[in-house]
Design a protein around this ligand. Structure first.
Ligand SMILES: NC(=O)c1ccc[n+]([C@@H]2O[C@H](COP(=O)([O-])OP(=O)(O)OC[C@H]3O[C@@H](n4cnc5c(N)ncnc54)[C@H](O)[C@@H]3O)[C@@H](O)[C@H]2O)c1
Length: 251
C-alpha cells in the first residue's frame, strides 16, 4: 500500500482516529494536510520532523468558504488532491441524552458538521479529482448507525446520512474513476473517548462483549482499512462500508 506521491486531506486530524490516519498515510509516503477546527500545527510539525510532508490547516468543515480555502491551500502547496478522508465530526464530545432533549440547534450543528461537512469537502475536491480521472474518498461513519444506538439520535442520524452519501456519491463519481467508500469503526478508545467518562462507562465493556474479537478497539486498529481504501490496490472497490469493529456488526 505505497502512497508515495499521493496528496491526502484528513479532516479532524488534530487528535484521535483522524490523527492516527494522518500518521499512517504519511508513513506510507503521502503528503498530508491535517485539517481541523482546532490547531493541528504541533501534530503536522511532528510529522515533518520525522521526514514526512505535512501541513496543518485550521478549517470548519461545516463552513463553505473555509472548506474551499482548505482545498485551494492544498492545491497551492502540492498541486493536486488524491485522497480525502472525511473523519471530522462531533464525536467523542457527544453527551448521551434522550432524543426528546435534543434541541433544534444541537441537531442542526450535528448534521452540519457530520453530514454536510463531508458533502462540502467532497464537493470541493471533486473537480481536482475529476480532472485527473482518479481519486479516493473515504468517509468515517459509525457502527452506531448499523445498530441504531439509543440516546444519540442526532449523531446516529448524521452517520446514517454519511453511509447513504457514500453509496450515492460512489455512483456519481465512479464515472470519473473516483472511488467513494466508508470505514465504520466500532467503539474506539480515541483520546477523546477516554476522556468522556460517561460514554466510557456505558460503552467500553458492552462493546467488547458484542465483538467476535473480545478486546478494546484503538485508533491504530482503524487506520489499515483507511490506508487500503486510499491506495491503488482498492481501485475497483467503491460504494462499500467496511466495519472495523472486532466483528460486532455484520452487514
Ligand atoms: N471513537 C469512536 O468510538 C468512534 C466510533 C465510530 C465512529 N467514530 C468516528 O471516527 C471519527 C473520529 O473519532 P474520534 O473518537 O477520534 O473523534 P474526536 O471527537 O476525538 O475527534 C474529532 C476531531 O474532529 C474535529 N472537529 C470537530 N468538529 C469539526 C469541524 N467543524 N471542522 C473541523 N474539524 C472538526 C475535532 O476538533 C477533533 O479533532 C469521527 O468521525 C467519529 O464519528 C468514532
Amino acid at each position: 500500500m505505497n502512497l508515495t506521491e499521493k496528496v491526502a486531506i484528513v479532516t479532524g486530524a488534530q487528535t484521535g482516529i483522524g490523527l492516527a490516519i494522518a500518521q499512517r498515510l504519511a508513513a506510507q509516503g503521502a503528503a498530508v494536510a491535517l485539517v481541523d477546527i482546532a490547531d493541528a500545527q504541533p501534530q503536522a510539525r511532528a510529522l515533518c520532523e520525522r521526514g514526512a510532508r505535512a501541513i496543518a490547516l485550521q478549517v470548519d468543515v461545516a463552513n463553505e468558504e473555509s472548506v474551499q480555502g482548505m482545498v485551494d491551500a492544498v492545491v497551492a502547496q502540492w498541486g493536486r488532491v488524491d485522497v480525502l478522508v472525511n473523519n471530522a465530526a462531533i464525536a467523542a464530545t457527544i453527551q448521551l441524552r434522550p432524543f426528546t432533549e435534543i434541541t433544534v440547534a444541537q441537531w442542526r450543528r450535528m448534521q452540519d458538521v457530520n453530514a454536510m461537512g463531508p458533502f462540502l469537502c467532497s464537493r470541493a475536491v471533486a473537480p481536482h479529482m475529476q480532472a485527473r480521472k482518479s481519486g479516493r474518498i473515504v468517509n468515517i461513519t459509525s457502527g452506531t448507525a448499523f445498530k441504531g444506538a439509543p440516546f444519540m439520535l442526532d449523531y446516529v442520524s448524521s452517520k446514517g446520512a454519511l453511509m447513504t452519501m457514500t453509496r450515492a456519491l460512489a455512483r456519481e463519481l465512479g464515472r470519473d474513476f473516483i472511488t467513494v467508500n466508508a470505514v465504520s469503526p466500532g467503539y474506539t478508545l480515541s483520546e477523546g473517548n477516554l476522556a468522556n467518562e460517561k460514554f466510557l462507562a456505558t460503552y467500553r465493556q458492552a462493546a467488547i462483549e458484542s465483538r467476535a474479537l473480545p478486546r478494546d478497539g484503538w485508533p491504530a486498529d482503524i487506520v489499515g482499512a483507511v490506508a487500503f481504501l486510499a491506495s491503488d490496490d482498492a481501485a475497483f472497490i467503491s460504494g462499500q462500508i467496511i466495519a472495523v469493529d472486532g466483528g460486532s456488526v455484520y452487514h
